[in-house]
Design a protein around this ligand. Sequence first.
Ligand code: NAD
Length: 267
Amino acid sequence: MTAPVAIALVGAAGRMGKEIIKAAAGRQDVVIVAAVERSGSPNLGADIGQLCGLPPSGVTITEDVLAAFHQARIAIELSSPSVTARACRCAADAGIGYVCGTTGLGEVELSALDEASRLVPVLVASNLSPGIAVLRSLLGQAIAALGPHYDVEIIESHHRGKVDAPSGTALELARCAVEALGGSSDLRHGRNGPVGPRSAHEVGMHAVRAGGVFGDHTVVIAGMEERLELTHRAQSRALFAQGALRAALFLHGKPKGRYTMGDVFGL
Ligand code: NAD
């Protein structure tokens, strides 16, 4: 039997971190060997199993990213954009693969991820679910088939705790739509006041923040006589946790470079 892939988890005490700890528990193909939280976190020193209501795992949460990465083969980071640039440099220094699921990344973080990918395999995914990977590919096909005279609008809904808007997934879907429309459309974030008629060259973006919604995305592609709506609804956070572990397994043993969830699912 092959040894499980050793994973270091960054953002271990967060909503997604805990979900990944639970998803990895009892699996034979992956094992979390190190867990990192921000300095000052009340969870430093906590056992990750006990943190999630599971039996003790023997892995305690630390703040030392590089030491954690030296114990692992793959890092999974779902934390905050303020973490990403430094953490991916540490992954490159430690020579391990890096799965980044954090959203709200800016130019600095994206170029740090690019730089790291020249040394190690790096997978960046604003959405770790198989359904969104499929939706992305369907979206390009639908817009190409229906033509540029159909309007495209994207509506996303998330829980009240989400800090970035629009969601990374909505931005990714918008990039796909703009590309399929020929590359010259602008993003239009919400509408308020006397905005005038809709321009033919815009892709509308709308963000709903309410309650405990895990993540819904609808792309509306509308002509004058018909409307196509492609909707994805995440039913639980476990969906993203399983996707993160699947991405980690995919990345293990891959050459340096940038990868996407499309690569993971063969799309
Ligand atoms: P959260 O706020 O519950 O958790 C984030 C955790 O990161 C916190 O525990 C925080 O203390 C920790 N953290 C902050 N700074 C840190 C540091 N310097 N070092 C280590 N840990 C640090 O948020 P969440 O709901 O778990 O989401 C985390 C990120 O993942 C967000 O960007 C979110 O949008 C994204 N997300 C992505 C997907 C996906 O499919 N890619 C799915 C869900 C959430």
